[in-house]
Every structure is written in structure tokens, then in C-alpha cells.
Design a protein around this ligand. Structure first.
Ligand code: ADE
Ligand code: ZN
Length: 355
């Protein structure tokens, strides 16, 4: 929520594109407990892990993540309750309802199939459930949506290859059921280029590519994603501030960063939103979108991130127009849809200025 109600109303209705949200990161403690009971999944024992005694105590614990890996330990436990196609559809639908309320018109959403397959859930169950949620959002809200298959860095690259090959064999990339690939999970530790064969194949097939880099890790993680993965976008990328030469390259090559300001503070990458390099990126010509990452764990969806940025930086309408235009331009959608969204943004701004 912004202090100024007029700017809040402006940001609420500003047409948004979300490029960095993990569907599994939209799993609220309430839905987690419901699905655990329904699917007979044992969550950690509250006797030894008291934070698992209620939704409130989990929310309290979520206030105190100490690092990316601390958060990920909860994120992976949380998603273990997902078992049936309906669970995946319900989770996606919960996200799309919130996204629609927050003014999202186009959403590109991550999912982590390796984690589900490792627990014995079929890839088809995961993809069919998430796709059903996407189709419902398209039908009921007129949203455009894309699924991005994420490989997780804490599991063997050979597992990631198996999932990628399966998705290719099923024709998921050709049919558009899955639109692109990403890489996420622990950053510092696993090799920076551990999925390079997969990304090379994806590149040769014309499959869209993004990767988490420069969240906790230094700028060399960003260079590796650009060089070894030929990544077209960088998820987070905040450590770019430590390398002026790499920042120049990102500007020149018009690489979009999918920045997640609230996540960066919750996971202790920065102490305060005002340290997220929003102003620096705007001034340097770095293109970025603003995103929610794991909203159920970080206390708010995309609008919460927009408002947090506004409160910290007091951006002008011209700044917001640029952010909105870059978000549209960096989306993996057809030119016609981009033009439609650009028109909506300008109409919204004209109306705001006329009021
Ligand atoms: N912020 C984040 N960084 C890396 N992997 C993630 N998976 C879900 N959220 C993530
Ligand atoms: Zn992420």
C-alpha cells in the first residue's frame, strides 16, 4: 500500500507484466495445510519444528529468513504437499486471481518439475494442472500466460536433462505448453554453468532462455548466464551494481533484469528496499521489470513490490511509464499483444494525468 492514495490507485491499475514468480512460491501456509491433510502428506512434526504448528506460526517464521537457502528449505517442504493435478491447478488459480487483482495482464510463471518428479509425481500431472490454471486465467481474465520450466541447481544436472528431454519429446515447447526455460535454487555452490548443454540445445531449437543470477552471487554468475547459457533475460541480477563493465554490456545488449525488490530484502540481499538499485538502473538505462518471486513467503504479490518501490524511491509517472514499457518489451509475447499492452499503459497514464 502506498501512503498517497492517488499514486496507489495509479499503480494498482497500471497494466503489468510479471516475469518472475514461482508458482510453488505462491503456496500459502493455509493451502499447504489443506493439501497436506487431503493428500496424507506428513509435514515436519510441530513437536520438533514448532513453526509448523499453525499457519500463523509459519508466517512468523517467514518474517525471519536468514538467506536464500534458509528460505528454500521451507519452499521445498511446502511444495511437497502437491500431488494431484487439481492441487497444481488450484495453486496456479490462486496466483492468477491475486495477479489479476493487482493489474497483471501478462504473466510468465516458473515451475520446478524436478522437485515434483523426485517425489513420484508425474511430469504430466504437474504440467496439466498448471496449464489448466493458465487457461482459466486466459479465459476468465483475458490475461496472456506462459509457463517457464525451471531447472534447480541443488539437484544433478542429469535430472534436469531428463526433464528437458521429456518436455522436448512431448512437443511441449513446439506446442507452447511450455514457453521457455530457467534455472533457479541455491546460487553460490553449484557450478555456474551446470546446465550449459541443456541451454545450448534450447538455443539451437529457438527455445526462450532465462536464468537466476547475481542474487546472492557476484557478477561472474551473471556473465556465466550470458556466456554459457546465452540467457536472454537475467532473473534478479542485482549484483550487477558491482561491475560497471557488465552493466554496460547489459545495457548495450538490452537484457531485461527481472528484479524482485521485496524478495531481496526478505532474503537479506539488502537491508532495505531503498538499497535495491532501482534508481541506479533507471539512470544507467538498465531495463528491468518488477516482480514478486515467492509472494506467499515474502508477504505480498506484485502490487506490494510496486508500492514498496514507490515508497522508497518516489518515482515519477515518467519513470513508471518506462518501467511498464520495458516490462512489455521484454515479455515473450507476440508483437500484436505488445502493442495492445502499450496502448493500455498510455491510456491509463493519460487518464491519471487528466484526473
Ligand atoms: N529467490 C529465488 N532464488 C533462487 N531460486 C528460487 N526459487 C524460488 N525462489 C527463488
Ligand atoms: Zn526466483
Amino acid at each position: 500500500m502506498c501512503n498517497d492514495s492517488k499514486i496507489h490507485g495509479f499503480l494498482e491499475k497500471l497494466p503489468k507484466c510479471e516475469h518472475h514468480v514461482h508458482l510453488e512460491g505462491c503456496l500459502t501456509p493455509e493451502l499447504m495445510f489443506t493439501l497436506a491433510a487431503r493428500n496424507g502428506i506428513k509435514l515436519p512434526d510441530p513437536e520438533t519444528r514448532p513453526e509448523f504448528s499453525s499457519a500463523e506460526s509459519l508466517y512468523t517464521r517467514y518474517e525471519n529468513f536468514t538467506s536464500l537457502d534458509d528460505f528454500l528449505s521451507y519452499y521445498f517442504i511446502g511444495m511437497s504437499v502437491l500431488k494431484q493435478q487439481d492441487d497444481y491447478e488450484a495453486l496456479a488459480w490462486e496466483y492468477f486471481q491475486k495477479a489479476n487483482a493487482d493489474g497483471v495482464h501478462h504473466a510468465e510463471v516458473f515451475f520446478d518439475p524436478q522437485e515434483h518428479i523426485n517425489r513420484g509425481v508425474l511430469y504430466d500431472t504437474v504440467v496439466s494442472g498448471f496449464t489448466a490454471g493458465c487457461r482459466r486465467a486466459e479465459k476468465e481474465y483475458g490475461m496472456t500466460t506462459k509457463l517457464i520450466l525451471c531447472f534447480v541447481k541443488h539437484l544433478p544436472a542429469s535430472d534436469a536433462s531428463k526433464v528437458f528431454d521429456l518436455a522436448v519429446e512431448r512437443g511441449d515447447f513446439d506446442s507452447g505448453v511450455v514457453h521457455g526455460i530457467g534455472a533457479s535454487s541455491s546460487e553460490v555452490g553449484p557450478p555456474k554453468d551446470m546446465f550449459k548443454e541443456i541451454y545450448a540445445t534450447a538455443h539451437s531449437k529457438g527455445i526462450q532462455r532465462t536464468a537466476h543470477a547475481g542474487e546472492e552471487g557476484d557478477p561472474s554468475y551473471i556473465s556465466a548466464a550470458l556466456d554459457a547459457y546465452k540467457s536472454q533475460r537475467i532473473d534478479h541480477g542485482i549484483r550487477l551494481i558491482d561491475s560497471p563493465s557488465l552493466m554496460e554490456r547489459i545495457v548495450k545488449d538490452e537484457i531485461l533484469l527481472t528484479v524482485c525488490p521485496v524478495s531481496n530484502v526478505k532474503l537479506r540481499c539488502f537491508d532495505h528496499i531503498s538499497q535495491v538499485p532501482i534508481r541506479r538502473f533507471l539512470d544507467a538505462g538498465v531495463k528491468f521489470s518488477i516482480n514478486s518471486d515467492d509472494p506467499a513467503y515474502f508477504g505480498g504479490f506484485i502490487l506490494h513490490n510496486y508500492c514498496a518501490v514507490q515508497e522508497a524511491f518516489g518515482l515519477s509517472i515518467a519513470d513508471w511509464r518506462l518501467i511498464a514499457l520495458n516490462s512489455i518489451e521484454g515479455s515473450w509475447i507476440e508483437q500484436e499483444r505488445k502493442l495492445e499492452l502499450l496502448k493500455l499503459v498510455d491510456e491509463h497514464i493519460d487518464k491519471h494525468l487528466a484526473d
